[in-house]
Design a protein around this ligand. Sequence first.
Ligand code: PLP
Length: 472
Amino acid sequence: MNIEGFRHASYQAIDRICDYFLSLEERPVLPSVQPGFLRGLLPNHVPDSGEDIQQIADDFRDTILPESILGELYSSSIANPGFNWHCSPVSTELEEIVMDWSCKLLGLSDAFLNTSETGGGVLGTTACDSVLVTIVAARTTFLQLNPGLSQQDLVLYITSQTHILGCKAAAILGLAYTVLEVAKEGDYSLRGKTLLAAIKKDAGNGRHPFFLIATVGSTSNGSVDRIDELGPILVSNGIWMHVDAAWAGLALACPEYRDVCQLEAINKYADSFCINFHKWGLVSLEASALWVRNRQWLMQALDVTPEYLRTIHVEDNVNDYRNWQFSLSRRSRSLKMWFVLRGFGIQGLQGYIRKTISLCQMFYKLVENSSDFQLVGRPFLSLAVFRLRPKDSLLFSVNADEQTLNDLNRIFHRKLLIHDLFLTQTMLDGMFCIRFNVGATRTEERHIMNAWKTICSQIEPAIAEWVKYYVP
Ligand SMILES: *Cc1c(COP(=O)(O)O)cnc(C)c1O
């Protein structure tokens, strides 16, 4: 494509992205296509000769919904691999800078700044990848400090509310893990005494816990582990604490949410901390921010430098981000962060976080005041978990058993999907529940009211269907 052709296609891309945003409310939430639909629409091989960009853009508009951000567009224009400072100085340094900006934005300790003596931050792809490299670093460090032990002696700690990233990392790395119990009565937070009991039991079995994933804002129900209680125990047992705040961590940008998110304890005890700017942080995928208290822990485990990667800056102590991750090459992700952080500013981000939380509060007050629904656990930030429990209905009076309520709620949840309300579900202590989370910039009160209207409109149909299936 010549430069003028590129100019035309790029302007058109922006026009189409704007049209897409303007048409969002008219679009269905759920896909209307069947699995495998795309195979029927696209050729099954690469075209023999290059195609016209207009044709590709039309195909994209017509078959694949566009979603993008300016920073991402610009970053596509830079062809650099980003692994060494030497081959991408701007990329490396902008990343260090936006990570430090974000560190301060969230109120994290200066110990995590790239400009600090030992800590630092890296912008990775996803929370799953971030925890994986962190566990590798912790494993190397732990085995170095405990000569004589091997990987078979190690165990990783998670809870029943930890995101699946814990089990997945254990499976990938061939590590044993223990699921620590969290109780409904304690809002599903991991407590110090549970951790102590597990450590004691493992010591009896000759197993060595070396890593714990603590969560601030679990995916399932927004639970927060008691980092203040866990911290001192982990420190005295030489166990690494990784704090997964992939979703909720952005709330730290607002000072009034720092206590509920346990910022003080995070700053004191976390060895690593991860939040996804691509979730509640207005940045497009992938933008997973990972901070470590000691960047050397990552380097020790991940720095492998053959001759062809040596640069003339070895003595200058420059930062080669390839040593913070598994792959060598990396995108210049900092550019989109830079656009968003500058474009919104601290107040803009805070305003957005506060707005989504207040919209969620509006929703859960509706739930609380309704005799048809029940909140399950306490809502956290912009997440409320609820289920249908019609108190006035004779069929589902106070004594209705869990199985009955679960059957009813599964039917109810399906009905919401059919009516284009895409709420995900979860199981909590055997209860089938529905999650309501607000997170989009364009969500307004009227959208919450519309959702509530749909929710209420499906009570009777759900009960009727339950009766049809289950009442003889
Ligand atoms: C979404 C989420 C993850 C997974 O994030 P990815 O970036 O998709 O890997 C992990 N933990 C929590 C708490 C999450 O909410």
